[in-house]
Write a protein that binds this ligand. Structure first.
Ligand code: HEC
Length: 124
């Protein structure tokens, strides 16, 4: 009985900060998706796309620096993020047209960046 109880407590302790953050993010992101055409992101895919599209080559493995600016936990809105991807206006960062990187993939990457441990540290 005692071990079961302490296991339960451990599980709850492990879950709390991460899940609270997810709940908070979802409450922010879901209403946004309702009034714009923003696809619902899947952060697990986002992590995959981030290396598939070679974002990591410049922004670092987890978006934390590397050769370019840190974008882990970024604070810009999805619309600004998408604008940056579609037309980077940069001599360094390439643009990613929709044929190459879909809106869905962009939303996945966006949510993954927003879910980054950088933000989770702030939240705990
Ligand atoms: C060849 C290097 C390179 C690649 C590849 C690259 N970036 Fe960038 N990115 C940069 C540089 C340099 C900047 C900062 C200067 C600028 O804004 O142009 C930047 C800026 C950004 C910003 C704006 C950050 C801010 O705070 O204003 C976002 C968002 C971003 N990149 C996302 C991405 C994503 C997502 C990918 C992959 C799909 C990607 N980048 C691929 C070099 C790169």
């Amino acid at each position: 009985m005692f071990t079961q109880h302490s296991m339960q407590r451990k599980t709850i302790q492990n879950i709390t900060p991460l899940h609270l953050l997810l709940v908070v993010l979802l409450t922010i992101v879901l209403p946004l998706t309702a009034c714009s055409s923003q696809p619902i992101g899947n952060p697990e895919n986002g992590e995959r796309w981030f290396s598939l599209y070679r974002c990591n080559g410049c922004h670092g493995e987890n978006g934390t620096g590397g050769r370019a600016v840190e974008i882990a936990g970024l604070e810009m809105r999805y619309s600004g993020f998408l604008r940056k991807l579609r037309n980077s206006r940069s001599s360094v960062m390439p643009s990613f047209p929709r044929e190459r990187l879909s809106d869905q993939d962009a939303a996945d990457i966006y949510l993954w960046l927003r879910n980054s441990p950088v933000n989770q540290q702030l939240g705990s």
